[in-house]
Design a protein around this ligand. Sequence first.
Ligand SMILES: *Cc1c(COP(=O)(O)O)cnc(C)c1O
Length: 379
Amino acid sequence: MECQNYNITRDVERENLNLNPLQRGGILPKEAREALYDFGDGYSVCDYCAGRLDEIAKPSIGGFLEDLAKFLNVDDVRTTHGAREGKFAVMHGICNPGDVIVVDGNAHYTTHLAAERAGLEIIEVPSSDYPEFRTDMEIYQKALENAIDEYGEIKLAVLTHVDGNYGNLSDANEFGKICSKLGVPSLLNCAYSMGRLPIDSNGWNIDFVVGSGHKSMAASGPIGVLGMKHEWADTMLKRSPRHVKKEIEMLGCTSRGAPIATLMASLPHVIERVNKWDEEVKLSREFVANLEEIDGITQIGIKPTNHDLVRFDTPILHEISKIHPRKGFFLYEELKTRKIVGIKRGQTEWFKCSTYGMSKSQRNYITDSFKEIVGKFIK
Ligand SMILES: *Cc1c(COP(=O)(O)O)cnc(C)c1O
């Protein structure tokens, strides 16, 4: 057959300031870009494999997993193909179809899909109302107690550590306490936190943590992290009787090429940036304060924010869209001419964004640009 040449190129990240929260934590540092080049070929980490991906010595995947376990304070850790695959592995590994699990109201859609794929029923803990959408741990506890009363056994409780809509940071320590007191295994979804802020899984008494390499750990991905307490290793890392080296729930081998090579190469960089998280939050709060100087732009979610992902209600931008010849596209286009991207095209009533990793002057340039754009149309 004939096929066109897919000469694909991308300069979005090189040429612009990208506000898309999904992409800010997945930018590769130089050392990971080099690893990407060296390990771009398929099965590239398998040159010296003796049957166990997690024990490969060159490149040192075994050593890397030990470092990763220390970094997260978990007993055992494996890579998966993403946070969602980690959640599914836990749900599949420790629950049976028809079981009931409890999930917070800010859960990511992939938590729901993982549960659906595993044949589980979901009880949702409601979040607080507009504008905070907070996951209140007292309400979580009550919902969990009620679920236990009603169904007898709850096989898993899931909490979204930081959600992708509001950037709300939930109380993982309290969650771990509640779940262990009630005897329910806990899963903390750290897709937006692991690799950005410190994770102390055993310290918080959490059974399982999942993270996302391409979301928050400066990896090309797709790659995820699944950490657990040692007591779960027998179930989750059970080996095949036929293929005695292979772990069933991992389907033998998970990430085996550029995704894991970039995650490994980035780990020192990630450890260093996590140490600077407080500074990042401070800069994020300043960014919010500067944007809120515009009448008609207000941050929602927990205030002051504890994360770089922030969501704004923007009625003023919506007003402008009603009088602007380009309608709802004006914002995207005005920002694009200033080399700012990452806010959805056509959207003006609200947006979420992140300035994670940007310099102070880049952040100020962005807030100044918003002020200039609004000032052009509102006198
Ligand atoms: C992005 C995100 C996910 C999905 O992560 P993958 O690694 O792509 O599976 C899951 N949960 C939350 C809260 C997210 O923000």
